[in-house]
Ligand binder design. Structure first.
Ligand code: ISL
Ligand code: CA
Length: 533
């Protein structure tokens, strides 16, 4: 297939702008900061940047509460800065993906300010206002907020409740209102017209709610939100028209891309939203939820492999701004060999790899005490969960006071390991994790079989080793990943062992050796990639 597009071949790098690079010393990352790091990103070899939200926002949920969909928050810069970022990224072959948070706005959005002002305001119906016929002491229904508490907030002025799936500062828009619908669709045009290449749709499968606002059925769970089957507040049938309409808009531009964040995802539901005439892809977070166990990863990969390319193009994610970092989750060994195994997996699977800033240098979560918590989720639920600040600490560029992130005090503290774990130090070390990522990205680019080839699992030693082939009509690559701290070996029988292989990459010196008497021997935490010649 020669018709693969940048987002299928390529690697996408998520930037959390607040924490990436600060150009003016106010402690908050910004667009000029990102521009100053484009050479770093081009050198790393990525193809696209997904920017977490940079629209005007009072930051109740750090940008995921928007007051204007068609502007840039002054703390990040100006529209001109943004256009310059797009231009300078494009000149390096890097695409820009915007984060579209269209399920809810900020409570400070002028639309909501108007909407709550009176029953007959023209914007009244832009949000979800309800009351219970039994009286104001009763909630409209049993829906919960993900971030804690009930999903309904009483508004004294007009005596109605409004619905919020996230914090009460994030009222949900009423997608059943045609004006809202049209306005949301126009947002895609607005940014596509300004050269934006792709869109990440925040919790898109929440846009529509049950027209009758029925109670969700109950089940057992940990938090109240988890004790419901989300039958009526997610995945409503109306969503199929939305994804079709979005796709139609994007198809009027060349090579635009839309990836949906399927909230409360599962493989099948996620797949149902993508394919021809629908979204290009939806997130599948199952790899992110696995423990350090090759059998578990394989299980999730195989589940996902059932989604055929006709229906969907998979993507692979180990990190984002909502979850503890993989290095922390895996209690990764300090020498980074274990993280090289994870990186080799992420970058040799079928599908688009997503990296999250700092993953390439093995950043760990910071420990945030209760009084330091910034994240609304953490504020409500601490200590379980502690919130998402841990994975949002500033990028560790060098060993200077604020890690090269800023000249002023950062909004969130840096990790103590910044002194030794930073971009500058790893650039200089040929064996560093950063250089390993770089080599992997290069190999992926040079060998199209890693982008497009079939995935064929090799089932041997599944408790210690994850091994698979990537294959197309011309090439075969064998990937063997030792998840164990100790050496492991893999029996390579039959035809495979008779063919001639070369080592494409390993984090250990193999002295050119491939198989020994039918075994592929692996060092502890070795990631070995072979190519058939
Ligand atoms: O972060 C979570 C739990 O730790 C998730 O449940 C998260 O709320 C969910 O994946 C939706 O995330 C997206 O929308 C939220 C925003 O806070 C997240 O940062 C964003 O990724 C509301 O806009
Ligand atoms: Ca700044």
């Amino acid at each position: 297939m020669s018709d693969f597009l940048w987002w299928q071949d390529g690697v996408i790098y998520q930037i959390y702008p607040r924490s990436f690079a600060d150009s003016n010393g106010d402690g908050i990352g910004d667009l000029q900061g990102i521009i100053s790091k484009l050479d770093y990103l081009a050198d790393l070899g990525i193809d696209g940047i997904w920017l977490s939200p940079i629209y005007p926002s009072p930051d109740a949920d750090f940008g995921y509460d928007i007051t204007d969909y068609k502007d840039i928050d002054p703390k990040y810069g100006t529209m001109d800065d943004f256009l310059s970022l797009v231009e300078q990224a494009h000149s390096r072959g890097i695409h820009i993906i915007m984060d579209m948070v269209l399920n809810h706005t900020s409570e400070e959005h002028p639309w909501f300010v108007e909407s709550r002002s009176s029953l007959d305001n023209p914007k009244r119906d832009w949000y979800i206002w309800r009351r219970n016929p039994k009286g104001d002491r009763f909630l409209p229904n049993n829906w919960h907020s993900v971030f804690g508490g009930k999903g309904w907030e009483f508004d004294e002025r007009t005596g109605y409740y409004y619905y919020h799936m996230f914090t009460k500062q994030q009222p949900d828009l009423n997608w059943r209102n045609p004006e809202v619908y049209a306005e949301m669709m126009d947002t895609f045009r607005f940014w596509a017209d300004r050269g934006v290449d792709g869109f990440r749709l925040d919790v898109f499968n929440e846009y529509f709610k049950d027209a009758q606002f029925r109670d969700n059925p109950l089940k057992l769970g940990r938090r109240p939100f988890d004790c419901q089957i989300h039958l009526y507040d997610t995945n409503q049938p109306e969503m199929m028209k939305v994804v079709a309409d979005i796709r139609q808009i994007l198809d009027r531009y060349p090579e635009r891309y839309a990836v949906g964040e399927t909230f409360l995802d599962n493989h099948e539901i996620a797949a149902s939203y993508c394919g021809p005439g629908k979204l290009h892809a939806t997130f599948d977070f199952s790899l992110m939820k696995k423990r350090w166990n090759p059998a578990q990863f394989l299980e999730s990969i195989l589940e996902r492999e059932k989604i055929t390319p006709e229906n969907a193009w998979p993507n692979n994610v180990l990190n984002n701004h909502d979850a503890p970092r993989s290095a922390t989750r895996f209690h990764a060994a300090e020498n980074d060999e274990q993280l090289k195994v994870a990186a080799a997996m992420l970058l040799t699977l079928r599908g688009t790899p997503f990296l999250y800033q700092g993953e390439e240098i093995g950043m760990r979560d910071i420990h945030v005490s209760r009084s330091e918590i910034q994240d609304p989720l953490g504020k409500h639920y601490w200590p379980i969960p502690v919130g998402r600040d841990g994975c949002r600490s500033p990028m560790q560029w060098d060993a200077s006071e604020y890690g090269g992130f800023s000249t002023g005090k950062p909004w969130l503290k840096l990790h103590k390991n910044t002194l030794t774990r930073n971009v500058e130090a790893q650039k200089a070390d040929p064996k560093s994790l950063l250089n390993f990522y770089k080599t992997l990205l290069k190999i992926r680019k040079e060998h199209s079989v890693l982008q497009k080839g079939m995935f064929i699992p090799l089932h041997h030693n599944p408790q210690r080793v994850l091994a698979y082939l990537r294959q197309d009509s011309e090439h075969v690559i064998l990937v063997a990943l030792n998840f164990a701290r100790r050496p492991s070996k893999l029996a390579v029988g039959g035809e495979l062992v008779r063919n001639h292989w070369e080592v494409l990459l390993s984090n250990y010196d193999r002295g050119g050796k491939v198989f020994e008497k039918g075994w592929l021997k692996l060092q502890g935490y070795e990631a070995c990639i072979l190519i058939q010649k």
